[in-house]
Design a protein around this ligand. Structure first.
Ligand SMILES: [Zn+2]
Length: 146
């Protein structure tokens, strides 16, 4: 079993916040916000046994979003990049790992919250280098930022 790509939750020694580490880049990032399975408006990271990552966003709870991804993997719904990779690499559904990495706060003065979610998703996609072929994100539409 390949162990690279495993996201480690580290007890912060030098920081007061817990950190997660994306092993391919060896960078440590603090979790942003308190995140549970019932938290909504979250940027999440999905990763597989061969070390590839997928960054996504959801306005649903993290639990619902995880169930949707597990279902697409289990049903081999190949229109979804995570499911397509799991089918191609013969990963089992139980090997899918999933964490919330940022709780996106509402805008104080209103505005387009979906655009904010897309911006935070883009930040993590580029910070963790999760666009294909390094990661599982096939494409990302930058028209939202024009
Ligand atoms: Zn994989």
């Amino acid at each position: 079993m390949v162990t690279t790509g495993v996201v480690l939750v580290l007890s912060a020694i030098a920081h007061s916040k817990p950190l997660f580490q994306s092993t391919p880049l060896r960078q440590k990032h603090p979790y942003k916000g308190v995140i549970s399975w019932h938290t909504t408006r979250v940027i999440c990271s999905i990763f597989c046994p061969c070390g590839k990552y997928y960054i996504g966003k959801t306005t649903h709870s993290l639990k619902v979003h995880k169930a949707e991804h597990r279902s697409s993997v289990r049903c081999k719904n190949l229109i979804y990049p995570v499911a397509a990779h799991f089918a191609e690499a013969a990963h089992s559904t139980s090997s899918l790992r999933y964490i919330g990495i940022e709780k996106v706060a509402h805008l104080r003065r209103g505005g387009d919250f979906n655009k904010l979610l897309l911006k935070r998703e883009a930040f993590w996609i580029y910070s963790l280098n999760t666009l294909a072929p390094n990661g599982l994100k096939i494409d990302f539409d930058l028209r939202h930022f024009l």
